[in-house]
Design a protein around this ligand. Structure first.
Ligand SMILES: Cc1ncc(C[n+]2csc(CCOP(=O)(O)OP(=O)(O)O)c2C)c(N)n1
Ligand SMILES: [Mg+2]
Length: 337
């Protein structure tokens, strides 16, 4: 008898946990991600008994759909409020009825193409800089060179994510996950784990490349234990500038602390210099690399991609004061406060 009739057919009292698990099964839920507490443990076990995979995490996030948030960033010309599946379907249906394309010779397209070209040239120039420590563009250029065509690209951070978006390419649809419009830090490792579960089950060999700023990594870095527990095909890259947007080098850090306590003198965006985040990975049995040069980065990435038996973390030291190229639009960099 199929499991989906379980709740109706049973003559015995059925626990609430089993009913929830059954409801999820009926909705074709294949995976549950979360952290169990007392009420949830029973649901997770009941779900596993029905063949739903349970991935125990170290950190949780919530998502809201909220009309008040529309226009919170840049004032939009048109806003759409609704269930994303329903709205997308409606849009596609309308486009099917009246096929429409923005004319390729329009002024808008022309300006866009020119801007793309000049952006590419500016990024290439920064990427070709040979000075050490590396800058963001050099790092992403070398990562892009080895990025498998079918990999998932996951990312979070400020400069790390924003610059990474402009250089790291995903070739397949629905293969890029990042902190999105609101830039909520802490989602990266959870996204990477979810993507890796899908990769592991549906296309063995496919990898997840998770590019984290050093601050972003701190939000849910303990998920590395989850990654190792399930031995997931994830390569974590921590782009380490000793801070949030920017940081200080070791010498400046030491000088600063000569005179006063860290709480009085350390700027709020600074993190401890040269932290060995790769040791978080080795602590749980994965591979860790600490890299400071393009050659070390290339080599560690090659080794990580070749080793399909273990997850790895490459901690990439960059110039702590490195920043993005000059921006034309201040809304990308200004505070909304
Ligand atoms: C939940 C949450 N808390 C705080 C912030 C503020 N914030 C924006 S980006 C960022 C981290 C940026 O630093 P990092 O990840 O090291 O990237 P970098 O810009 O240094 O490359 C923080 C803390 C946020 N976006 N989300
Ligand atoms: Mg940083």
């Amino acid at each position: 008898m199929p499991d989906s009739n379980f709740a109706e057919r049973s003559q015995e009292p059925v626990s609430g946990a089993k009913v929830i698990a059954q409801a999820l099964k009926t909705q074709d839920v294949e995976y549950i991600f979360g952290i169990v507490g007392i009420p949830v443990t029973e649901i997770a076990i009941a779900a596993q008994q029905l063949g739903i995979k349970y991935i125990g995490m170290r950190n949780e996030q919530a998502v809201d759909i909220c009309a008040e948030e529309l226009g919170n960033n840049v004032k939009p010309a048109v806003t759409l409020l609704g269930n994303i599946n329903a709205v997308t379907k409606q849009l596609l249906e309308e486009l099917d009825k009246t096929p429409w394309q923005y004319p390729p010779e329009s002024k808008w397209w022309k300006t866009l193409r020119e801007k793309m070209k000049s952006n590419e040239a500016a990024s290439k120039e920064l990427a070709s800089k040979k000075s050490l420590p590396m800058n963001y563009y050099t790092v992403f250029y070398h990562v892009q060179e080895q990025l498998p065509r079918d990999c998932f690209v996951v990312s979070e951070g400020a400069n790390t994510m924003d610059i990474g978006r402009t250089v790291l390419q995903n070739y397949l649809p629905r293969h890029r996950l990042d902190a999105g419009t609101f830039g909520t830090m802490g989602v990266g490792l959870g996204f990477a784990i979810a993507a890796a579960m899908v990769a592991k089950d549906r296309s063995p060999g496919q990898r997840v490349i998770c590019v984290e700023g050093d601050s972003a990594f701190g939000f849910s870095g303990m998920e590395v234990e989850t990654i190792c527990r399930y031995n997931l095909p994830i390569i974590l890259l921590v782009v380490n500038n000793n801070g949030i947007y920017q940081g200080f080098d070791t010498d400046t850090w030491k000088e600063m602390l000569k005179f006063r306590d860290a709480t009085a003198v350390v700027p709020p965006m600074c993190l401890l210099p040269n932290s060995h985040y790769e040791q978080v990975m080795t602590a749980f049995g994965g591979k860790g690399y600490f890299v400071q040069t393009p050659e070390e980065l290339q080599k560690s990435l090659r080794q990580s991609l070749a080793d399909t038996t273990k997850p790895s973390l490459i901690n990439i030291m960059i110039e702590p004061q490195a920043t993005r190229k000059a921006q034309d639009f201040h809304w990308l960099t200004r505070s909304n406060m």
